[in-house]
Design a protein around this ligand. Structure first.
Ligand code: NOJ
Length: 561
């Protein structure tokens, strides 16, 4: 397998709004990030992925871009951004920018022009349709942020498509002029020295011709339905990505990861097979659905290790020879991993380290989301008013205010799945507002900041932080962690995820206990062959005779043979 920097990378995601405020307006900014670069260097990460910092009215916190070639006022200026890039590069860290090109903001000049008349030269930059008879919508698709995916525009009376909020109109990729404009914009950033691109919902850019309505016998007339089958991994998506690769990506040494909800292993191979010249890896979502019931994300059900492992295993095997995996358990759209897959109470530290071990020893590129490295947890705000995320607020309106679902049920779902779990400000220390801002934070802090914060983590040699630092150090030292072949053991164990990695004549055994009680593993041959422990989240080595027992949330990486 070809060795590349992006396979060896460890990526750290920054959600700039919540990372570090430098000017007291309660919103994180670029100068704030600059002040924390030494921290990132100490952790050892090799790439920083910045969630969007472009000009935006912030309907969806920057995922609605009104100017692709300038910086959001709250975050600073292009000069601050250049300083940040230089600061990262000085420390040997690469910069990956977020690229949001399935849609723009409705305040982007392209859309302002586009909506102004039917014959405006920018009309075709977006997806416009007349309404149906009797005021019907152009089709029955629902928006991912609730309600219909169509908004009628007063000026021309036509509707535009928005798969996300009505302030995020979808761009029309069928239009070659639009594509060219986007490629030019990408080159603008790559020429400035950007090293990587994370492409927001990139598998939604090609819609099925005719935008057909979802047909289903249970649908009442006028009822909305998902529609994903008509726009996820659509008919021309590979053609577009190959064109983008030819026109832009191939001209730079750039790392790429596509966000691809609904992509299967087979789709991912098409996106990431090196011979196809599209992307290097994708963020798949299957494992993020292990605790969703038939009603979707907000229909929270309990997950099992078997469910989670079967999915991760399928992806490990599926992309073993062609393509490459990204490894993540949380990000700015997902709840905190320690609350979701570990234990954010008694075993917070142990379980955060165990999950970290998984992320750094599966085959693929690990992505750390800010605060994960100190074991930050979900938050349970008591009132809806404490939440700011448009997805949460729209969903609440649809389900409770208009739909009559009980408030407590939905609040509980928000507590376990809401995106604001990940967006509470970074916890730097135990002082007021956790050192995030001297002003009023745009989103309340998680009250646990007095106990869980960076200052505390740096002062404690057994902290989650130092465990991450060690995993990253090991990864840089041992190619087996990046390139070693993965093989599953104990596929039916209720609590233990066990596997080996093998590279040439080196072999490692990884044992992870996802349970809060001791668990026994029957792996006599492997355990007898253990010649040393590489890393573990429990301080003392188990005595030889006890090796087959894993303590609550224990993680052990051993060399065998
Ligand atoms: C995925 C992003 O990660 C999410 O934060 C955003 O709301 C949607 N795409 C729309 O851009």
């Amino acid at each position: 397998m070809k060795r590349t920097f992006w396979k060896e990378a460890v990526v750290y995601q920054i959600y700039p709004r919540s990372f570090q405020d430098s000017n007291g307006d309660g919103i994180g900014d670029l100068q704030g990030i600059l002040a924390r670069l030494d921290y990132l260097q100490k952790l050892g990460v090799t790439v920083v992925w910045l969630s969007p910092v472009y000009k935006s009215p912030n309907d969806d916190n920057g995922y609605d871009i009104s100017d692709y070639e300038d910086i959001m006022d709250e975050f600073g200026t292009l000069r601050d951004w250049e300083e940040l890039l230089a600061g990262l590069h000085e420390r040997g860290i690469k910069l990956m920018m977020d690229l949001v090109i399935n849609h723009s903001s409705d305040e982007h000049v392209w859309f302002v022009e586009s909506r102004s008349s039917k014959d405006n030269p920018y009309r075709d930059y977006y997806i416009w349709r007349p309404g149906g008879p009797d005021g019907a919508l152009p089709n029955n698709w629902s928006s991912i942020f609730s309600g219909p995916a169509w908004e009628q525009d007063e000026t021309t009376g036509e509707y535009y498509l928005h798969l996300f909020s009505r302030k995020q109109p979808d761009l029309n990729w069928e239009n070659p002029r639009l594509r060219e404009a986007l490629y030019k914009m990408m080159a603008f950033w790559l020429d400035k020295g950007v090293d990587g691109l994370r492409m927001d919902v990139i598998n939604l850019i090609s819609k099925v011709e005719g935008l057909p309505s979802v047909q289903h016998e249970d649908l009442a007339p006028g009822e909305l339905a998902g529609g994903g089958e008509y726009y996820m991994n659509g008919p021309r998506v590979h053609e577009y990505l190959q064109e983008m690769n030819r026109e832009v990506l191939s001209k730079y040494d750039v790392m790429t990861v596509g966000e691809t909800p609904g992509a299967t292993v087979e789709d991912a191979i098409l996106y990431t097979d090196e011979d196809r010249h599209e992307l290097q890896m994708v963020f798949q979502f299957e494992h993020m659905d292990v605790d969703s019931g038939p009603g979707g994300k907000w229909n929270v059900v309990s997950w099992t290790l078997k469910g989670l492992r079967d999915i991760l295993h399928k992806w490990q095997v599926g992309l073993a020879d062609k393509g490459w995996n990204s490894l993540y358990l949380n990000n700015h759209d997902q709840p905190r991993m320690v609350s979701r897959f570990g234990d954010d109470g008694k075993y917070r530290v142990q379980s955060a380290k165990m999950l970290a071990t998984l992320l750094h020893t599966l085959k693929g590129t690990p992505y750390i989301y800010q605060g994960e490295e100190i074991g930050m947890t979900n938050v349970k705000f008591p009132a809806l008013e404490d939440y700011k995320d448009i997805e949460i607020l729209n969903m609440y309106r649809e389900k409770v205010t208009e739909g009559g679902t009980d408030h407590d049920t939905i609040l509980q779902a928000i507590h376990s799945k809401g995106r604001d779990n990940a967006r509470t400000p970074m916890q730097w220390n135990a002082s007021s507002n956790a050192g995030f801002t001297t002003g009023t934070p745009w989103l309340k802090l998680n009250p646990r900041y007095t106990e869980i914060n960076v200052e505390q983590a740096l002062a404690d040699p057994d902290s989650v932080f130092y465990y991450y630092q060690e995993l990253i150090r090991l990864r840089k030292q041992h190619p087996i962690m990046v390139y070693g072949e993965y093989e599953l053991l104990l596929p039916e164990h209720e609590y233990i995820y066990a596997y080996t990695r093998t590279l040439d004549d080196e072999k490692w055994l990884i044992l992870l206990n996802f349970g809060d009680t001791p668990q026994t593993v029957e792996l006599t041959d492997e355990l007898n062959a253990v010649t040393g422990t590489i890393i573990s989240n429990y301080p003392e080595e188990p005595a030889a005779m006890d090796r087959s027992t894993l303590r609550p949330y224990e993680a052990r990486v051993c060399r065998i043979g």
